[in-house]
Design a binder for this molecule. Structure first.
Ligand code: FES
Length: 161
């Protein structure tokens, strides 16, 4: 994302005086690959009048923020105790096998990235995963794979339509 695009987003959303994290989330959301590029770090630091180091350390602290490009869909697997006890390991294994990647990686076709998070706030329906903005709970490994296959199909159909 170019510095001009970051500038435009910050001003269009009225984030000139917003907390740094809010700016990072907004810029990341607008980025086609859902991450904060080096150009974006530079421009955010300039607009917020903070050091690049502060932008990097804030971006690195929050797992929501990525400093490397992500796939079109972001899958987050919860790794906290309630989900762990409800079979998170099996869900993660099935998802990794289906995608052919591990946590922290992106599929070669650029459709999916896989990450681990501490809690999705959906402990009452663990094990849970989040794909983009939607949480899927009470999952089985087969259910998780079915969701991914459906999303992959929709993605490919939309690209060939
Ligand atoms: S522990 Fe998994 S959603 Fe909270």
């Amino acid at each position: 994302m170019s510095t001009a695009e970051v500038y435009e987003i910050v001003h269009r959303l009225g984030l000139e005086k917003a907390p740094l994290l809010q700016v990072l989330l907004a810029v990341q959301e607008a980025s086609p690959h859902k991450y904060i590029s080096e150009e974006a770090v530079n421009e955010i630091a300039r607009l917020q009048k903070v050091s690049r180091c502060r932008v990097y350390s804030t971006a690195s602290f929050y797992s929501e923020i990525s400093l490397k490009p992500r796939g079109f869909h972001l899958i987050r697997v919860c790794s906290n105790a309630p989900c762990e006890n409800a079979g998170r390991g099996e869900i993660q294994k099935a998802v990794q096998e289906e995608l052919g990647i591990s946590i922290g990686e992106t599929t070669q076709d650029g459709i999916f990235s896989l990450e681990s998070v501490n809690c999705l706030g959906a402990c009452y329906k663990s094990p849970a995963i989040k794909i983009d903005h939607e949480v899927y709970g009470d999952l089985t490994p087969e259910g998780a794979v079915a969701i991914i296959r459906r999303m992959r199909e929709v993605f490919k159909n939309e690209r060939t339509a």
